[in-house]
Ligand binder design. Structure first.
Ligand code: GRF
Length: 211
């Protein structure tokens, strides 16, 4: 049984998709044991409570700096024996002190096709604004492992979404979000099944018959 922690800062629709995927049996042998947030008002925390999952709100104001915050977070996740951390709209860059402990075990989802339209400042509606400004005809979703950069870790899975002439940042966000939910649960399933290996920037997913 893999123990999962999901980190959120906002609405948590991706968290919901992951919780549902476990409840309905799409992802087996896994359990979300805690939902963590740096924002007290994050609706994701409420979603967790509604599903009977423990929550942990860690207030950045209670720590000297981000380093101390992440050190404490790593200790707490270690104490819970967390195997996999899923970032789902978590608006904080994890420090090396956390990532060293959970190397190759932290996943993130990004609402565009990385390495385009990612990095510092590329979050929320900004991503989709930049996509429309660039005039690309396809955008999409990326699920990746987290490394010390912003949106630079090895890619696990990507799905494409067409951009239409009528799209606005809001409509694109909505369209992409639907694919995010599908993609995140699929990628997490592979990781839970230990089918994903990492070699430098590249990941390899073993076919299901060869677990
Ligand atoms: C998603 O677009 C995700 O890709 C990004 O933050 C957003 C979170 O949405 N990292 P939600 O809170 O899961 O609804």
């Amino acid at each position: 049984m893999k123990k999962i922690a999901v980190f959120v800062s906002g609405g948590g629709s991706n968290l919901q998709a992951l919780m549902d995927a476990i409840t309905d049996g799409y992802i087996k042998d896994a359990s979300i044991v805690v939902v963590v947030s740096n924002k007290k008002e994050a609706y994701g925390l409420e979603r967790a409570v509604k599903s009977g999952i423990d929550t942990l709100f860690l207030d950045p104001k209670d720590f000297k700096n981000a380093q101390e915050y992440d050190k404490n977070l790593a200790e707490k996740m270690n104490a819970l024996k967390i195997d996999i951390v899923c970032l789902a709209g978590y608006m904080k860059i994890l420090k090396p002190i956390f990532l060293e402990v959970f190397k190759g075990k932290v996943l993130n989802i990004h609402p565009a096709l990385l390495p385009s339209f990612g990095g510092e400042g590329c979050y929320g509606l900004h991503v989709h604004e930049k996509v429309l400004e660039a005039g690309v005809k396809v955008t999409g979703v990326t699920v990746h492992f987290v490394d010390e950069g912003a949106d630079t870790g090895p890619i696990i899975l990507q799905k494409t979404v067409e951009v239409s002439d009528e799209d606005t940042p809001e409509s694109l966000q909505k369209k992409v979000l639907k694919y995010e939910h599908e993609s995140y649960k699929e990628a997490l399933k592979y990781v839970v099944q230990d089918r994903v290996s990492i070699n430098g920037k590249k990941t390899y997913i073993k076919p299901s018959g060869k677990i």
